[in-house]
Design a protein around this ligand. Structure first.
Ligand SMILES: CC(C)CC(=O)SCCNC(=O)CCNC(=O)[C@H](O)C(C)(C)COP(=O)(O)OP(=O)(O)OC[C@H]1O[C@@H](n2cnc3c(N)ncnc32)[C@H](O)[C@@H]1OP(=O)(O)O
Ligand SMILES: Nc1ncnc2c1ncn2[C@@H]1O[C@H](COP(=O)(O)OP(=O)(O)OP(=O)(O)O)[C@@H](O)[C@H]1O
Ligand SMILES: O=C(O)CCC(=O)C(=O)O
Ligand SMILES: [Fe+2]
Ligand SMILES: [Mg+2]
Length: 334
């Protein structure tokens, strides 16, 4: 069977069978619907993904593309990150986060004090990542041609200080996002070096994107939890999971309902990854009042109020609309 259209037809038939692909057992709170009328729901017609890749994303909620971003680009992102850590440049809006284990110790201008950069949309060098054509051509397969970069991060997972605070609890990224529709949002996450179980690779629950948004809160971890690291409340440790071991430049695209987290860093190195969450330019904002997302809305508003000395006039929606940047096509309703 050689023609893609023919292979796709065979795959669509395959999707009708409840046993298709890796299907993790649903957790109690999740509902999994078999034989969805719109069988290819999570990917759009495109000339890039093979039918097998489309099926894989449909069934599992993520797609790993090896060696997508060049070593040269990654080395440039790393150098820019180091300049920011040394405080050689100041980037408007950038959030420099320290691990909670060292949050109250004296600041040293070095990568050892930085666990994560958030919101680097005003740093042209780092933001180049979000506009890379090799990334955008995949993003388009999931969310279409109008592409907004909504959320940017460079994660520098530190060696664990002994309290397991370097872990990221299992969560769904949609918890943080007051925009929809959910299937027109995707994350690109690129390893900046070898990422494995030792230094805390991503851990995903395949198929969990077919469930609904779960209630999130701080996990009850003895050693403490980083600010805003909410986790799925009733996380089922028996649910099958996959550790995504990746090499420098490998990139995973994943759905915002995919339950994922990362383990502790048991090495002495700082595990680096760069990521961007994209949404379609015709997504729309929602009011999260009365939903499980109210708790994160409250926290975000408190941080913004403290940082910028503003009150209730800045809404959760505003905090996203201000950060979002168009990278391809048209900005319609975002
Ligand atoms: C899909 C995606 C969105 C998923 C995620 O990314 S989940 C993680 C989201 N994380 C974030 O959005 C970043 C949150 N972090 C921040 O906004 C900042 O790092 C802050 C926690 C507000 C601290 O920033 P800043 O105020 O500049 O730093 P300060 O050193 O002055 O500390 C102020 C007070 O915050 C505390 N703090 C700092 N870092 C952490 C931490 N990692 N975890 C818990 N508490 C922390 C710090 O101890 C200090 O507390 P007090 O002295 O006021 O009691
Ligand atoms: N008690 C817990 N509650 C919620 N999430 C947890 C808990 N313990 C670990 N996790 C999460 O599970 C994921 C994997 O963590 P971790 O690497 O420790 O797991 P692991 O499967 O034991 O891997 P390894 O054996 O390679 O260390 C991370 O997202 C982590 O935050
Ligand atoms: O790089 C990691 O550890 C994962 C981070 C993550 O999932 C997130 O910030 O939403
Ligand atoms: Fe995440
Ligand atoms: Mg472990």
């Amino acid at each position: 069977m050689s023609r893609p259209a023919e292979r796709l037809r065979v795959i669509i038939n395959h999707l009708d069978r409840p046993s298709a692909g890796i299907r993790a057992a649903p957790t109690s709170a999740q509902t999994v619907s078999y034989g969805h009328p719109q069988r290819l729901r999570y990917t759009l017609d495109n000339d890039l993904l093979t039918p097998e890749q489309r099926l894989f994303y449909e069934e599992n909620g993520f797609l790993l593309i090896r060696n997508l971003v060049s070593k040269q680009d990654i080395d440039r992102f790393r150098r820019e990150f180091e300049r920011i850590c040394r405080q050689e440049i100041k980037v408007p809006g950038l959030v420099v986060m320290r691990d909670v284990a060292i949050a109250k110790s004296e600041f040293v201008p070095d990568q050892r004090a930085v666990s994560k950069l958030q919101d680097f949309q005003e740093d042209p060098e780092l933001f180049r990542y979000c506009s890379l054509p090799e990334i955008l051509k995949y993003v388009e397969c999931f969310i279409g041609p109008n592409i907004m970069a909504m959320h940017t991060m460079l994660i520098n997972k530190p060696p664990d200080a002994g309290k397991k605070t370097s872990r990221h609890p299992m969560h769904q990224d949609l918890h943080y996002f007051p925009f929809r529709p959910v299937d027109r949002i995707v994350c690109a996450w690129t390893a900046m070096e070898t990422v494995n179980r030792q230094n805390g690779c991503l851990v995903v629950l395949p198929g969990s994107h077919k469930g609904t948004l779960q209630e999130h809160d701080y996990p009850e971890w003895e050693g403490g939890v980083n600010k805003m690291y909410h986790g799925v409340r009733d996380y089922d440790p028996e649910h099958p999971r996959v550790h995504l071991e990746m090499e420098k430049g490998d990139t995973v695209f994943f759905h915002p309902l995919l339950i994922h987290g990362s383990g502790m860093n048991q090495t002495q190195g700082f595990r680096k990854a760069i990521s961007c969450h994209y949404a379609s330019g015709d997504c729309y904002y929602i009011d999260v009042k009365g939903t499980t997302q109210e708790n994160i809305e409250k926290e975000v508003k408190e941080i913004v109020a403290r940082k910028y000395a503003v009150g209730d006039e800045v809404t959760f929606k505003d905090t996203w609309a201000i950060r979002g940047r168009l990278v391809q096509g048209e900005r319609i309703s975002m």
